[in-house]
Design a binder for this molecule. Sequence first.
Ligand code: AMP
Length: 126
Amino acid sequence: MPYSYDEQNIFAKILRSEIPNETVLETEFALAFNDIAPQAPVHVLVIPKGPYVCYDHLLSEGSSEEILGFNNAILQVIQKLELSPMDGNSGYRIISNAGVYGVQDVPHLHMHILSGRSLGRMIEKD
Ligand code: AMP
């Protein structure tokens, strides 16, 4: 079943500059900005500029340029904020929620990049 994209979602409005954002980085294919309700000292959202609902949507219907461009923007954020353990930094976590089980609130693909403290185990046990 094809995804339907809601043009009125809040990240679409951010991309159209209808509401403000705290930009961390912008490229041809992606925008990275601070989460409005940060869950950690570093909490950046990276979104593609194209109308994709979730990660598998981009991977299945996006062009190679869009997929590479989106992932490259994630790399640029990691490098700009000096998060990579490969560079001797303390690391980060990337999360992308999708659908009901993923508890996705905003129906435009976004990667959460979290860092600045130890983030604990990946998910809470029930
Ligand atoms: P998710 O539950 O994965 O869909 O996460 C949506 C995220 O978007 C949450 O962490 C919100 O705090 C964040 N958010 C919602 N509105 C805004 C906004 N206007 N600017 C920045 N972040 C936002």
